[in-house]
Design a protein around this ligand. Structure first.
Ligand SMILES: Nc1ncnc2c1ncn2[C@@H]1O[C@H](COP(=O)(O)OP(=O)(O)O)[C@@H](O)[C@H]1O
Ligand SMILES: [Mg+2]
Length: 255
């Protein structure tokens, strides 16, 4: 059981009306592993994350999304929501913007935790402070309003928030794209450190092959909703089989 994949996506197709945004995609993700979905804009990366997160209507998805062996596409909406809420966390491109501007970060986090855990405020506070420290943020960030944080700090606070319920999987959609180059590197490093310390798996979406090179164990290259190729990071970078993958790699200024 323990070497069964955490997540197995089989022959996933997602349609928005007539348009197939994702076609016949297959991949596996093991515990603690980082899989990067790479490809140009419009290739279906975010759609795959939405399907895994369970926020798409199941009627638009065909195929299987097996979470620890259970096909989440067959679950009722409530069961899917509960699973996603507790075991899967999402980090957005602009996590800072997902905080409400007029309330402190700590009070918002406590409220969202209360939907899932019967923690006292003190218990919450201890866990949240420890996570902020892991993300190299002062614990006082919890008492701040979102606008007081820089973009990089807000993004790291968003990642700490995502880790509060100790998810097994983080879904991250272009988590560093809105940041300047140095801050991108820093946030990427913090994500890697989280994986090391907490063993959390990540499904990371990016159009930036440089970031993929730094973070991925394995890479799946997508184009127009279809898999171009997938493999171990070294394999993809050293011996790309497809012209499209070579183009993506060539577009990175310097590795
Ligand atoms: N809600 C939607 N309704 C209709 N088409 C959509 C919707 N979201 C995305 N698409 C289309 O699906 C394709 C894949 O989009 P997306 O998954 O957002 O790609 P990526 O994240 O790789 O940029 C694109 O052609 C996009 O225009
Ligand atoms: Mg996208």
């Amino acid at each position: 059981m323990s070497d069964a994949p955490l997540l197995a996506v089989r022959d996933l197709t997602v349609s928005y009306g007539e348009k197939q945004a994702v076609r016949g995609v297959n991949f596996c993700l093991h515990r603690g592993e980082i899989l990067v979905l790479a490809g140009e804009s419009g290739s279906g990366k975010s759609t795959i994350l939405r399907a895994v997160m369970g926020i798409l209507d199941t009627s638009v998805c065909t195929g299987e999304i097996l979470w620890e062996g259970t096909d989440v596409l067959q679950l009722a909406k409530d069961a899917r929501r509960k699973l996603a809420g507790e075991e899967i966390a999402m980090v957005f491109q602009n996590a800072g913007a997902s905080f409400c501007p007029v309330r402190t970060i700590g009070s918002q986090l406590y409220e969202s935790v209360c939907a899932h855990r019967a923690w006292s405020y003190a218990e919450f506070r201890e866990r949240a402070e420890a996570l902020m420290a892991q993300m190299q943020l002062p614990r006082a960030v919890l008492d701040e309003y979102p606008f007081r944080l820089s973009g990089g700090m807000a993004q790291r606070a968003g990642i700490a928030a995502a880790m509060l319920l100790q998810p097994k999987l983080i879904l991250a959609d272009e988590p560093t794209s809105a940041l300047d180059a140095l801050t991108q590197v820093r946030v990427a490093k913090e994500l890697m450190a989280l994986r090391r310390r907490m063993g959390v798996a990540m499904l990371l979406v990016t159009h930036h092959m440089g970031l993929a090179y730094h973070m991925a164990d394995r890479i799946l290259v997508l184009r127009r909703g279809e898999t171009v190729e997938q493999g171990a990071r070294e394999e993809i970078f050293r011996h790309p089989k497809e012209a499209y993958t070579k183009e993506l790699i060539a577009a990175v200024p310097r590795l």
